[in-house]
Design a protein around this ligand. Structure first.
Ligand code: DP6
Length: 323
């Protein structure tokens, strides 16, 4: 059986950082994201009786080591549930700017869960697919839904909070040069929990920020959403900076873009930044302002390019799409 799925990346407005249960990969804090249209992963899974092991290719390169193991682990769960032992050929392509360090495990594991389950003959609900993706990468649970999506602390699966239409916003993604070799988010959050004296403060403040963000989304209140979103991102990064040794994803360009966003805001344009496990800055703006702000931010020294992403849809199966 052969199946192809398309899933979209998401950017957390209220951040997930830390695990309530490491073995089951349950998040310690609630998070809320916006699924994006432009950034997506297309994954084909073919179950082939004659294979002696899974063959996994991402963007034309055969995966080995830990990245391969993470994919095989998800496929093993699907095989167990389906009662089928045959291996699979997995071919995946990221429609993300190349070498941007935006490589999203979220869209990747969401597409893999959807295509993999179907290829092995399982008919899982969106909620079940979200739980399957979450066990590989918690942020991937949120990519099983379009629009605004929440994953509550300790919960198995994400759920849609609101359709994109509640708030007409876009994300301006500024791609900056790579910083020092980053630590992955899984390892980074475990290290923060183990060594940062600010991790406890993060666990205490994150749910309050999440509540504020959720209410602001539902109320269509961009100003309140933006202020709480910036605080969520910076509180998360502050917990990492206080780890030993510190985890620093920011580069001078990250800080320069943040400063420019604050200037734009002082000049009357609502624009709010958020940063994840990398140096790039994603700026939440009114959709009608997005192109102008993207052009402004492209002029900040160190910014290599910008792109505008609008709200994205649910993932879907699409047998016609090229991989
Ligand atoms: C900073 O979902 O990559 O992007 O569950 O260990 O795979 P694992 O972590 P992952 O963490 C994402 C962290 C973040 C914030 C967020 O997306 O909420």
């Amino acid at each position: 059986m052969r199946t192809t799925a398309i899933a979209h990346a998401n950017i957390a407005l209220a951040k997930y950082w830390g695990k309530a249960n490491v073995a089951d990969n349950l998040p310690a804090v609630p998070s809320l994201s916006l699924t994006l249209d432009r950034l997506r992963t297309i994954t084909r899974v073919e179950v082939i009786e004659s294979l002696e092991q899974d063959e996994i290719t991402l963007d034309g390169v055969r995966l080995e080591g830990r990245p391969r193991e993470r994919v095989v682990t998800l496929l093993d769960r699907v095989r167990n549930q389906a009662g089928i032992s045959a291996f699979a050929r997995v071919t995946s392509r990221n429609e993300l700017p190349t070498a941007a360090g935006l490589a999203s495990s979220a869209s990747g594991f969401a597409a893999l869960a959807m295509a993999g389950a179907r290829a092995y003959g399982l008919s899982l609900s969106d909620t079940e697919l979200s739980a399957l993706a979450r066990r590989s990468s918690a942020s991937a649970a949120r990519s099983l839904f379009g629009g605004f999506v929440a994953l509550e602390a300790g919960k198995e699966s994400a759920e849609r909070v609101a359709p994109a239409s509640v708030l007409p916003v876009s994300m301006v993604v500024t791609l900056t040069a790579k910083g020092p070799k980053p630590i992955g988010s899984t390892e980074g959050m475990l290290h923060t929990a183990a060594t940062s004296p600010y991790y406890a403060a993060w666990l205490e403040s994150a749910p309050k920020l999440y509540d504020e963000i959720r209410h602001a989304v539902l109320a269509g209140d961009l100003e309140t959403l933006g202020a709480a979103m910036e605080q969520s991102a910076l509180a998360m990064h502050a917990s990492m900076w206080a780890a030993r040794p510190a985890i620093t994803y920011f580069t001078p360009t990250t800080l320069a873009v943040m400063a420019r966003v604050r200037e734009l805001r002082s000049a009357g344009t609502p624009a709010f930044y958020t940063m994840d496990a990398g140096p790039h800055v994603k700026v939440l703006v009114k959709s009608t302002d997005a192109d102008r702000i993207a052009a402004e931010l492209a002029g900040v020294a160190g910014v290599e390019s910008t792109l505008v992403a609008g709200p994205g849809p649910d993932p879907r199966l699409d047998e016609g799409v090229e991989v």
